[in-house]
Design a protein around this ligand. Sequence first.
Ligand SMILES: [Fe+2]
Length: 430
Amino acid sequence: MSGKQPVWYEMQMVKDMMGLFGGKAIRGITSSFNSPIVYMGKAGVSSMAQLIKANMNREDRRALIVMDSFTQKFSSKVTEDLEFNEIEYKIFPGIEPEVPLANIDEGVKICEEFRPTVIIAVGGGSVMDAAKSILLKYEKPDANFFMLLPIGGPLGLRKKVRYLIAIPTTSGTGSEVTGTSVLTDTNRTPHKKLVVNNAELVPDIAILDTDFVEDMPPLLTLGSGLDAFAHAFGAYVSNWGNPLADAINIAAIKEVMKYLPRAYKYGKEDLEARAHMQQAALVAGLGFGNTVAGTEHALGHSFGKVFYVHHGLSVGLFLPYSLEFQAKVTDRWKDLCPLFNVSIENKERNILFREFMDAVKGFIHSVDGPTCVKDLSHPSITKDEYMEKLDLLTDYAENDVVSLLSYRPLSRDLYKKIYEYAWDGKEIDF
Ligand SMILES: [Fe+2]
């Protein structure tokens, strides 16, 4: 990889420090639990607009609505309530997929002209992530995205923008409740994912209304649902768990297991399942946003980038391998057996673990999710194509920020071996 500016989590010193503490070094210095106000249901947008009206003078109410070309169709669902509550607004519908850094600059330029006091993101993960970084750069023009360490102390945001509001149009990323903004550094060859994270980037308000998600096609329902499943699973099985996060991760796993099959099968005909999947994704977002994503995210980020596979399908595919790899050093997975009706009584550990893994894979298969690369059909990949890219897959995974947080140390050789095993679903035996 050639490039210009390295990111803090790519530095060897940081990797060494995190390795020493089993991925917990950052949490040892600081930890907190962050959440927005969450409005659920058809009155969510109206409640948000009323809150702004009640808390801000009329001359100060200026909302920038951040969208992409696809979510622009939802404009009137937001603007009607803004108009009714005398909130001036401007729409910026220009967020691009993967959010190149130049896209953030465009948004900041509009902010400098319009001077918003409210930013409302309406979209999937990319739009919500972009809104966070636009806010950051608008408020702190000198902020360095490459060196924004989560332990660097308060940023001092919200001096210009009083409310950051997120309205998700998919049910999976959890970005509506996390402080993470994933961007793309296009100055590097090949382009490189850039992860910015800070508690002050957590939105102030998240709104869940099925009007914004009811038309998701089945593949998007599946991919985003598996993303939520992986968030809650990866976070629970990690060593960053705490009672708050553990409880909500278990709740999220239960909700996904109950409602994803219905949401996937019936789509907009089953709005109850849609609403529960919105909540499951948000709850899983709180779970992993306040702890950590699992190794399946490092594996899946790389795989998705190299083979253009949906993020949720990718991380869902690699979840079993991540669980098997981490289970060598933890028993946290045992707590999850009852959710899959796997009885833990009088069973030898290996037998219990195999039963558990069969149940986890069985759930993913029940919604047509693949658990090995050769079974993937969106897109299908040949064995030669896959094996040819093993080194590239390993390069990306090794430098992913999630790798730093693994409680079982990962190396280049281990990543490569996991990818090899994932071709046809071989059980991790190392
Ligand atoms: Fe994810």
